[in-house]
Design a binder for this molecule. Sequence first.
Ligand code: GCB
Length: 601
Amino acid sequence: MKVSLGVIFAALCVLITTVQAQRPALITNIDGRQTISLDGRWQIIIDPYETGYFDYRFEPSPNGYFKNAKPKSPSDLIEYDFDSSTQLDVPGDWNSQDQRLLFYEGTVWYKKSFDYQKKDHKRLFVYFGAANYLADVYLNGEKLGRHEGGFTPFNFEITNLVRDKDNFLIVKVDNKRHRDAVPTLNTDWWNYGGLTRDVNLVEVPDSFIQDYFLQLKKGSMDEIEGWVQLNNTPGKAITIEIPEASVKQSATTDENGLARVSFKARLNLWSPDNPKLYLVKLSAGADSVVDRIGFRSIQTRGADILLNGKPIFLRGVCIHEESPLRGGRAFSEDDARLLLSWAKELGCNFVRLAHYPHNENMTRIADEMGIMVWSEIPVYWTILWENPETFANARNQLEENITRDKNKASVILWSVANETPVSEARVKFLKGLIDQARRLDPTRLVTAANERHYVDATTQVIDDPLGEYLDVLGCNEYVGWYDGLPEKADALQWKVPDKKPLIISEFGGDALFGYHGEPNVRWTEEYQKNLYEHQLKMLRKIPSLRGMTPWILTDFRSPRRPLPRIQDFYNRKGLISSRGERKQAFYVLQNFYRELIQEGR
Ligand code: GCB
């Protein structure tokens, strides 16, 4: 029998998905639940040889560090001790907290002890906002499971393992890069390791609201459509209340615990000018969850992007999840407010959260501040397109991202990839992700940051075959930096499909804040300013351009950038330095966005 590679690929994907499905489904909207924070100081053991995991034959050891062993007699040999080890803050990457770990890529073990008063008819989960990259999680010496992917949440149930006193939660976090992982070996950002986001215990009743999806039906401005998923509780009544819009709707769950809803509501729609969020209360028996949800519609019509039925221009900027003033991974509400308020100061109504899902504070605060969001997974550069496990991993990260953020009004675009080289296998891989994004969320638009190429010295073409499957075309270009000098932009023509909106998802160049010279001197603020001036003139002429997200709001750490005194392991394409100083190009873009606002765009 001849079995095609496609069939084997599909079968392997099913198998891998089944294995992953053993981890309990995500509980969403952690902020709206009964939680106990496990943030704070955690004990750590740095373990570059993974001695706490493998024995000397390199087999997984039953007596790893997760046992948290203590000598019982003076003759006992135990070569580790969490209690006298150093500590790190959680949330927080390890690289920026301990000078020894700045470049470290490997395993660090984390331990937190806690007491917990068990309650009748309550279930308990431990929820991690993210751990970069691979997390093996243990409670009281028992393995709860593993999670792969550095930027999305995961949870485990611990109802039957937790005890009143001295629980010890141990997590082995490993941030080694791998060729077949997502992202792969090669990126342009710092590989911050550790428990980088909040860790919480989440208490829910026996039967609880696992997840829900409440958005305006595609194309409608007054019909809310969606579902509420209970944890496998069939035949149970659920209620949705939006008091301010006089909504009270009930439904009953089906045999899978799912209740579908669809109802009309007179709503004050969410937009950057009016970031209206409604208090939404969901209840089912003993459980109830409160959320703040904005309602808006997002569509395309030809080359236009329509927000609530009206054409918009996305005045954006790219952002990495890095805290500019503190350094290290951003994670807090304050970090989110700082980054997004700088984007607002620039005149943005839109941000591209590059190149992976940022922490949930970013999308919550974007909801509040009225900033539209491009949300992305780290399918970046040279992923192993033919590997079914890599695909399953990417799809899982996409699903976790959509699961977490699908009720955020700010998120208008799911992006499945950045600068991926054109090939048949890559289109198939990405098409699989696009289909999955649409299955999980039929209301938003799907995009990817692609590339362009030259057909002659002055003509650029965007004709990536992936474009056929996208709602909005994204394109990165570095005319004036990697591609000639800034003046090259003046004579360039763009051949761009005219039936879909285009976002120039990156352009820019490096400048060291405070370094001055003639506009033709690389790394000076004047060079970057000149580059922006030429770029903006060129981009204005592209008829289907409906947005832009220049690279990037602030300087960020990257191991690819060693040039002494200029880069010092920072990518300097920020419009703002890592100390918060605005470079000259910041004001060029700010003025341009002001002009657009005046033109009503
Ligand atoms: C790109 C990448 C981005 C890099 C940037 C650069 O095209 O998408 O991740 O940081 O260029 O600075 O080279």
